[in-house]
Design a protein around this ligand. Structure first.
Ligand SMILES: NC(=O)c1ccc[n+]([C@@H]2O[C@H](COP(=O)([O-])OP(=O)(O)OC[C@H]3O[C@@H](n4cnc5c(N)ncnc54)[C@H](OP(=O)(O)O)[C@@H]3O)[C@@H](O)[C@H]2O)c1
Length: 295
């Protein structure tokens, strides 16, 4: 495959997109961003923004002319990335990175969790198209966004609430920071052959809830409150709530995937693509400094 030079980023204005755009621009790629016709967000500077209708293959195909790669960082609220894939194929795009960026949805247990249903559907579709030689793809398996997650309750509640510590709190989970995800995307696009039609795994750090709690207690000079919890129970409860139409339960399926046993959240270093895509693990001191920003 010839070198990738022009990249379109869909969903460039959300939690993740700006970090990807920043690293792509810094690495010298020509970056175009796609944005909804009625988007209220300002497009990232240094890029050309094209308004699109994500349900229209014709609108998307016109926007993707001349692009070598598409990186989708679209919101989980987007019902369907299939028109974007079809448009990429119609426009002759060589590499498609769907909006994965999280837990290992190739893990059979994770794939069954309702929160990942659309992601599985999308990567199955891409695999089928790649088999027919229509496009190539890479799935970015980053684990939780480490920095972003420290500002939520997914790891520890550093805002002062009571943290639910799952299954004893010592299970490891591979996580990647937003800047490192941007670097990993650059690394993939610079190594198209080595990353073709497969998942790429990264981690900035492997953490446990107890390790983050211990660091947070140390750097904040106080003891964060905790209570024991079970990932089996949290999943059971989430299924019940979804049956009743409570979609806020989706967040709890993430807790099951991040901290439950058998969901592929912890990667052995031998499984990681850090070296290939240019992601360096944080030192203990860097991890402490990162946690201190949120504690
Ligand atoms: N691993 C983790 O910890 C973690 C955490 C968060 C997210 N993620 C994953 O990362 C990916 C990106 O998530 P994100 O949180 O960055 O997304 P987000 O902030 O919710 O949305 C990203 C962008 O998608 C565009 N968009 C298109 N249709 C939309 C719609 N119907 N509703 C809302 N936005 C829409 C918007 O850009 P325009 O306004 O410019 O059109 C928006 O800024 C997803 O795959 C998500 O599952 C992973």
């Amino acid at each position: 495959m010839s070198a990738i030079k022009s990249v379109a980023v869909a969903g460039a204005t959300g939690n993740l997109g700006p970090s990807i755009v920043t690293q792509l621009v810094e690495a010298g790629f020509t970056v175009t961003t796609l944005t909804r016709l009625d988007s209220k967000s300002a497009p990232p500077s240094g890029t050309k923004a094209i308004p699109v209708d994500y349900t229209s293959v014709a609108s998307l195909t016109a926007a993707l002319q001349g692009q070598d790669a598409v990186v989708s960082a679209l919101s989980p609220a987007v019902a369907d990335q299939i028109p974007l894939i079809d448009a990429a194929i119609a426009a002759g795009v060589k590499r498609f990175l769907p909006s994965e960026f999280g837990c290992d949805t190739l893990n059979a247990n994770a794939a069954k969790l309702p929160v990942f249903g659309r992601k599985v559907q999308v990567h199955d579709y891409l695999a089928e198209k790649a088999k027919d030689g229509k496009v190539t793809y890479t799935l970015m398996m980053t684990g939780a966004f480490l920095d972003w997650a420290l500002g939520t309750t997914l790891i520890v509640d550093l805002k002062g609430g009571v943290t639910s510590v799952y299954d004893g709190g010592d299970r490891e989970s591979s996580m990647t920071t937003l800047p490192d995800i941007g670097r990993a995307v650059v690394g993939v696009l610079k190594h198209p052959k080595e990353t073709e039609n497969r998942a790429v795994y990264t981690q900035s750090a492997s953490v446990t809830q107890n390790r983050v709690l211990a660091i947070a207690n140390k750097v904040a000079g106080k003891k964060y409150e905790t209570k024991p919890a079970s990932t089996v129970e949290v999943e059971k409860d989430a299924h019940e709530r979804v049956k009743k139409g409570d979609m806020s339960a989706m967040y709890d399926f993430l807790r099951r995937a991040l901290w439950g046993e058998g969901f592929g959240s912890s990667k052995d270093r031998s499984e990681l693509d850090n070296d290939l895509v240019g992601v360096k693990e944080l030192t203990e001191k860097q991890l402490e400094e990162l946690i201190a920003k949120y504690a």
